[in-house]
Ligand binder design. Structure first.
Ligand code: HEM
Length: 239
């Protein structure tokens, strides 16, 4: 068997052959390079999404593990904290794309046809895990069941704060993942606004308006319960 090398392990040859620009060869070289940059940013997002989805899916499973396995809860928390960090990395990909010159984008955009980020299957899977401002997703469902197995509801965990131990850390990490997801959407909306203004998207939506309606902060119940703590604390201290 051939000895493993960096190139064969990371599969760099396959990886680096995947950036297939659509611009015609006659196009300005700098514009073609910008299309390459556009593809790299999207591919990087998809790669990190793969990791985030795997981390969050395993975290969800571990939250559902029998409650006499505290290590499962700790590993679940570790995965949530990692996913939170990866949401930041995903966000940075979009920030980098702000350096795409508008004239280049306008030049290669016609060659994108109807291809659109809205067709990203992985982004939909992530959306089902995290939920949105109206509906809690699969992760929150797993968390409430986990809390119940330990004899708590989420309100009690919020009230306990750091005394809630691992369950409190899970609640905090979930919220941070949600804020990271929301931040990605805000920055993406800013990028879209900067790049296409009020023009429609390649995916057939109205673009900016469509996306703005979808920018909501996830984990509505958890945020409501945490918010209620202010009133309770105020009532306690003024009693
Ligand atoms: C110049 C850069 C970008 C522009 C102009 C842009 C534009 C748009 C537009 C207009 C939409 C709405 C759907 C449509 O009609 O096409 C959309 C959705 C989307 N884009 Fe982008 N995008 C850019 C970069 C990115 C990047 C780097 C990613 C990373 C994967 C991405 C992922 C997505 C996703 C996941 C959606 C669906 C969002 C949702 O359903 O809330 N986009 N984009």
């Amino acid at each position: 068997m051939a000895e493993l090398t960096y190139t064969s392990y990371i599969q760099t040859d396959a990886l680096l052959s995947l950036q297939q620009t659509q611009s015609p060869e006659t196009m300005d070289r700098a514009a073609v390079l910008s299309e390459h940059f556009f593809i790299v940013a999207h591919q990087s997002c998809e790669l990190w999404l793969k990791q985030v989805i795997a981390d969050l899916s395993l975290a969800k499973e571990l939250l559902s593990a029998p409650f006499d396995q505290p290590a499962a809860l700790e590993t679940g928390t570790e995965l949530l904290v990692r996913a939170r960090e990866l949401m930041r990395v995903l966000h940075e990909q979009v920030v980098a794309l702000e350096r795409l010159p508008l004239r280049h984008f306008a030049e290669f955009r016609p060659y994108l046809g109807t291809a659109s980020g809205a067709q990203s299957m992985q982004f939909r899977v992530l959306g089902r895990l995290i939920g949105d401002g109206e509906r809690d997703g699969e992760l929150y469902g797993a968390f409430t069941r986990c809390a119940a197995a330990y004899g708590y509801d989420v309100a009690a965990i919020c009230r306990l704060g750091v005394d809630g131990g691992a369950l409190y850390r899970v609640a905090e990490a979930l919220l941070d993942v949600g804020i990271g997801y929301w931040r990605w959407k805000v920055t993406h909306l800013g990028l879209v606004s900067k790049m296409i203004g009020s023009q429609g998207g390649t995916g057939g939506t109205s673009g900016e308006d469509f996306l703005a309606r979808r920018v909501t902060v996830p984990f509505p119940e958890l945020r409501r319960l945490r918010g209620a703590l202010h009133d309770q604390e105020l009532a306690r201290t003024s009693a």
